[in-house]
Design a protein around this ligand. Sequence first.
Ligand code: ZN
Ligand code: ZN
Length: 353
Amino acid sequence: MTIDHAARRARLAAALPAHEVPALLVTSPVNVRYLTGLVSSNAAVLVRADGSALLATDNRYIDKTRALDVPAVEAPDVAGRLAAPGVGIEAAAMTVATFRRLEAGLEESGGGRLVPLGPLVEELRAVKDEAELELIRTACALTDQAFADVLPLIAPGLTERALARLLDNRMTELGADKPAFDTIVAAGENGAIPHHAPTDRELRAGDLVTMDFGARYHGYHADMTRTVCLGAPAAWQRDLYDLVRRAQRAGRHALTPGAQAKDVDAAARGLIEAAGHGEHFRHGLGHGVGLEIHEDPFLGPSRTGRLEDRVPITVEPGIYLPERGGVRIEDTLVTREGGPELFTKTTKELLVL
Ligand code: ZN
Ligand code: ZN
């Protein structure tokens, strides 16, 4: 499946009149990639309301632009090359220093202001086309396969860091660009820290071990968390796991086009609160995934907005008991009219190793 970048630029162009700008100067590297296909660390693209566009990048990347369907110019100062009076800029992607420099440049050439705008391209990116969904589906399949391959190696004596490395290496061997983010492995009491960075702590019998990881494939991200138990689980561990699993299922089932972001969160959180663990679940239920690992939309108690069709998103409730440990279960799914499609297919039965 090929990606139609011109269609994406046309959708952006159609959104510009409502913001009363003749063009948008896009400087976020991931948004430039989305609109043109150019993967770089220094590029900008000016998308005009008539759908035409001009790309600027420096001499390291200019050769790559020849294969693209958008005209390109070489410039060391990519934003300065494209800035023009009255055009919109991505406020979240431009530093104040750059903004001031560009405005000073416009001043010298006769005046005119830039118009800081919100996340226009990010809003377009939330709904994926089928080509993007196929890449995320593949990223998730690589993630599942890496977990299946590493599972037999998980045993007492292995350190958190060594286990994280096994997952990272396996994903890369299977064809991932690289890990989608810094892999989390949290054993025993460390499982009480949602974003624990792996240490040299060894896995021990009786530990719950949480692994949060994913593959990146052609720029698109997967995100999955599983918690396993080393040796037979204690009653509290099994109870905690069952509760998180029920909450995760409720969250998945609430994931329909048209649902409010906060209602999806509440479907899972309500079960955890009713069991007396509300204070032990302190993060949002999930987030969109795509060219970034965390992108719109976000699921949480104070999040506004409704889900649309074809939005890849995670559902990841967790319960974290200070000094004892924790459980998190996370899948990547995509909203569909007939019910969500599950991308990460690893079992959610409690695996006892
Ligand atoms: Zn995750
Ligand atoms: Zn996540």
